[in-house]
Design a protein around this ligand. Structure first.
Ligand code: PMP
Ligand code: GLU
Length: 405
């Protein structure tokens, strides 16, 4: 079979693959604890369910404009005004099948083969692959101190003549780290100075802890014109617990939105009509679910931190938001793929290897599940790795014998 160069260069999404692995093991009756997931477990907002069901029962489900239905675009305008303090026009908005597609189409609209896309490490697994899908090259910027936020000088060093775009994701998947206002402001200034596109991947924007407030990138930008190269991406997946609805959006200058809409119009047309109505209803309906999700996640994070701090060898940076933590396990095992496989094999706990996010020695542990998932999962991990952990572990009725420490 002769596949294209692009198809041969793309790897499977490791995060989606782990969901499948966990499902398959569960179907076989294995007592798997999935701490690798990237989706909240709360129910989608009732307004979304009612709006979607209403349209479904009408049977009038047709194509929508390729940039999305007017109700959703208006809801995004309202959302942007309320949460970013910036009044946009519906012509500045394109709805997509998930934030993932919004980012992909934005890249397709601006990148040429061999262009470079710069982003801090650790980074979301899809950025390098999306760049490759455009024939472009992803350039991760690693902080010299081993932390989760590079310096501005580090960023500037990696920006060269071929750089066309920068991506920031804050709070960040996988680290949960929220970049400082100074850092984001510095990157905005750098991009404006160099004429670079800047994607703010704000999919976890309001899922912040300890009283932190989300940063509005529009407040930091000097260029307030409609020629600005700022692209703000968001969606209903995380904050509204609507991952399977697959609705996201991009907010950007009108010319860029027009170009992106042309691309999307040929690729997929507008997103599903049903789910656009549901997403618009989530954005304009009762908002209490977002805050209750945020509070649940903050509590889950605290429980996880307490458990992680019981390990002698684990170093953990307190996550500022999201539902991920990215502890450093290298005292136990430097190779994160080996470590993740070991944990799955020995104690049936799923975590995501740091290697997939561009940072070895770490694993991503999610806390979007139940408290029981977190405590039992961490008890199993500790038992598998830490010689100071109690010797006995039961998984269901099975008593495990630790013969490798
Ligand atoms: N950006 C980041 C950083 C993510 O973690 C995700 C999760 N899949 C996305 C974008 C895409 O979200 P979705 O396509 O579900 O809207
Ligand atoms: N973004 C989530 C994660 O990182 C969902 C999976 C994906 O889309 O890659 O786990």
């Amino acid at each position: 079979m002769s596949l294209s160069l692009i198809a041969r260069s793309i790897t499977e999404s490791p995060t989606l693959k782990l969901n499948e692995t966990a499902d398959k093991l569960r179907q076989k009756g294995e007592p798997v604890i999935h701490l690798g997931g990237g989706e909240p477990k709360s129910r989608a907002p009732i307004d979304a369910l009612v709006a979607g069901a209403g349209l479904l029962s009408s049977g009038e489900i047709r194509y929508t404009p390729p940039d999305g239905i007017s109700a959703l675009k208006k809801a995004v305008v309202q959302y942007t005004e309320e949460h970013y303090g910036r009044l946009m026009s519906p012509d500045n908005v394109m709805a997509s099948s998930g934030a993932k597609q919004a980012i992909m189409v934005a890249m397709q609209a601006v990148l040429n083969p061999q262009d470079e896309v710069v982003y801090p490490a650790p980074y979301w697994v899809s950025y390098p692959e999306m760049a490759k899908l455009c024939g472009a090259i992803g350039i991760p910027v690693v902080a010299e101190d081993g932390g989760f936020q590079p310096t501005l000088a580090d960023m500037e060093d990696r920006i060269g003549a071929a750089t066309k775009m920068v991506i920031l994701n804050s709070p960040n998947n996988p680290s949960g780290y929220s970049y400082s206002r100074e850092f984001v402001a510095g990157v905005v200034e750098l991009c404006e100075k160099r004429g670079l596109y800047l994607i703010m991947d704000d999919i976890y924007h309001r899922l912040l802890f300890d009283g932190r407030r989300p940063i509005s990138v529009y407040e930091l930008a000097k260029d307030q014109s409609d020629g600005s190269k700022l692209i703000v991406v968001n969606g209903v997946s995380k904050m509204y617990a609507m991952t399977g609805f697959r609705i996201g959006w991009a907010v950007a200058n009108k010319k860029l939105i027009e170009a992106m809409t042309n691309i999307q119009g040929h690729q997929t047309s507008g997103p599903s009509a049903l789910l656009q109505y549901a997403a618009a209803a989530a954005l304009t309906g009762i908002q209490s679910g977002v805050e209750s999700l945020r509070l649940t996640l903050e509590n889950n994070r605290n429980v996880l931190l307490e458990r992680l701090q019981a390990f002698d060898g684990v170093r953990v940076t307190v996550p500022h938001g999201t539902f991920y933590s990215f502890p450093d396990f290298h005292a136990y095992e430097k190779d994160s793929v080996k470590l993740a496989n070991f944990l799955l094999d020995k104690v049936r706990v799923v975590v995501v290897p740091g290697k997939d996010f561009g940072m070895e020695g770490h694993v991503r542990i999610s806390y979007c599940g139940t408290i029981k998932d977190i405590t039992t999962g961490l008890e199993r991990i500790r038992w598998a790795l830490d010689p100071n952990a109690p010797n006995e572990l039961y998984i269901g009725q099975r008593k495990l014998v630790r013969d490798w420490l």
